[in-house]
Unconditional design. Structure first.
Length: 231
């Protein structure tokens, strides 16, 4: 985590502009527009495991992640949770909120210490919404979110637990040399993403490890060879 996350430090306008410039939602904005927006946004530090927004909230700000990582999750009235996405630097969330009248559709919690840019509804409406490039980016972003959510719902409805676990392993893995290695994922992390118990995830990972398909080092899982289609 860099020095941007410091309660006693004012975030430089140049850092805000740099983040906006790398955020897909703001692609196409001219330098003058970026500078105008950067001069008015608020930045806020959130410690690890802090709830940023809660499902059903009536708040209307849009957020951009300058540093850190957050989980997007749903929770029912019995307290059962499922994580539907993880977002990191230069990504945004809450794009629907500034449009007004739409409660938060999911909860957001920080996974690490995070520095977030907060764009109020008023700023969004006054500065951004009238710009065609932003309007198109919002439409494209919403299409992407619908596609992503459709895939998640389809997986939960049609795939068994094993195939949902496989999907998560591949989704959260990056190439390291000639292997695929996941980011830090505990068995509970995986369970919350696939809608299963930690014990079931443990059994699946144990058998994959025994079969030589994966190796586990701390919270990182290495995919040693193509995972089998069924369990």
């Amino acid at each position: 985590m860099s020095s941007l996350i410091n309660n006693n430090q004012t975030v430089a306008t140049s850092n805000i502009i740099d983040t906006l410039n790398k955020t897909k939602l703001f692609e196409g904005l001219e330098r003058e527009d970026l500078e105008q927006l950067a001069s008015q946004v608020v930045t806020q530090h959130y410690p690890k495991n802090t709830m940023v927004v809660s499902q059903g909230d009536e708040s209307d700000s849009l957020y951009v992640i300058m540093e850190g990582k957050v989980d997007v999750f749903l929770q029912n009235d019995k307290g059962k949770e499922i994580i539907i996405n993880t977002l990191t630097e230069n990504e945004s969330f809450g794009e629907l909120a500034p449009l007004g009248g739409i409660p938060r559709q999911a909860s957001i919690i920080t996974v690490t210490d995070s520095l977030l840019m907060v764009i109020s509804r008023q700023l969004f409406m006054d500065t951004l919404l009238h710009k065609p490039s932003i309007s198109m980016c919002i439409i494209e972003r919403l299409i992407f979110l619908i596609q992503e959510l459709t895939e998640e719902v389809s997986s939960l409805a049609l795939d068994d637990v094993y195939n949902r676990v496989v999907r998560i392993l591949y989704k959260h893995a990056e190439e390291v040399g000639d292997k695929l290695v996941t980011e830090k994922l505990t068995q509970q992390d995986i369970a919350l993403r696939v809608g299963a118990t930690r014990e079931m995830v443990h059994r699946i990972l144990k058998e994959l490890k025994t079969g030589g398909y994966i190796s586990i080092q701390g919270k990182h899982i290495t995919i040693e060879k193509k995972l089998p289609p069924g369990w």
